[in-house]
Design a protein around this ligand. Sequence first.
Ligand code: NDP
Ligand code: GDR
Length: 328
Amino acid sequence: MRVALITGITGQDGAYLAKLLLEKGYQVHGMVRRGSTLPFERIADLTDLIALHQGDLLDQMALNRLLEEVQPTEVYNLAAQSFVPTSFDQPILTGEVTALGVTRILEAIRTVNPNIRFYQASSSEMFGKVQEEPQTEKTPFWPRSPYGVSKMYGHWMTVNYRESYNMFACSGILFNHESPLRGIEFVTRKISYAVARIAHGLQKELRLGNLDAERDWGFAGDYVEAMWLMLQAKKPDDYVVATGKKYTVREFARLAFGRVNIDWEEHVVVDEKFYRPADVNTLCGNPAKAQTELGWKPKVSFEQLVHLMVDEDMKRVKAELKLKQEQS
Ligand code: NDP
Ligand code: GDR
């Protein structure tokens, strides 16, 4: 029996990965933080099929006990303080969770069962102020936020545990990946949700920051497959996962508004409040190694992704409106 433990199972990637692993016949366990409410919105349809356990990347003993109890064959560490602007406001917390949290889980694996295969959710944010384009596994890092610095630490700890203790530890350097389950604070979902609300007459303007920022955007459903493939390979390694194409935030907005025949320029307002102390202006990855060695390829195009997100948010806003009308 293949047994997987996913940290960050309540996040966007956690939900897609849990679904993928269930389809592949895994017993799926997820670590969740204790909260005063239990929304678990993204995994609501999976809760009967997976086992959830309380834990936190801040708590070493709880992580050790969790591994003893679950006895996983694979651990996917997706948990993080993952929002870049918050990392400027809360750099210490970001370091504790997103950086040291990786060491805590690696230590738990080393102590409980060093044969567990480990996936670390590393990020293109590590490239930051990019030195070459497109970025590969060999491109030097120059992170531009406490989040990027924390991910870089987690990446090198993963490499270090592989080299020091011969552990099957992989680092996936994933470029931005989005979906209808993306958190509402990230720019793509902020746009798609606002487009749906504007189309339904619920809001007039959308305030955004740096419209010139370029990202290599893919679909989260495709990217979790790459995570799984890394842990099925013959040897542990690090891989860039990307589409190889980049677009600006402006292009995302134009396409998203265009989906519902609205002119984006009539609604988007640039607001310096959303500028970052230091931003990553451009990112574009080269997924050649993942394609050659893992046989991985992205399936959903940029245009399909934008349309999917807008279409789903149109349905969501319509349902929200209907519920409101029924309640009033
Ligand atoms: P989300 O922000 O949607 O999810 C983050 C998850 O981490 C949530 O389940 C959250 O739980 C959990 N978490 C936060 N802090 C802790 C903690 N102290 N202990 C345990 N769990 C915690 O992220 P995504 O799904 O988008 O991303 C998954 C991972 O991949 C993250 O590590 C992210 O940094 C990384 N990544 C993401 C990319 C992307 O484009 N999406 C690209 C590259 C890397 P809760 O629900 O309780 O808040
Ligand atoms: P990012 O994603 O920082 O790349 O991190 P985000 O969607 O937040 O920003 C992308 C770019 O858009 C610009 N931008 C705005 N961003 C937000 N959030 N809100 C705005 O209003 C806005 N206007 C312009 C930003 O300046 C930025 O340049 C994501 C996260 O998922 C990380 O966890 C992950 O590691 C990386 O992607 C790869």
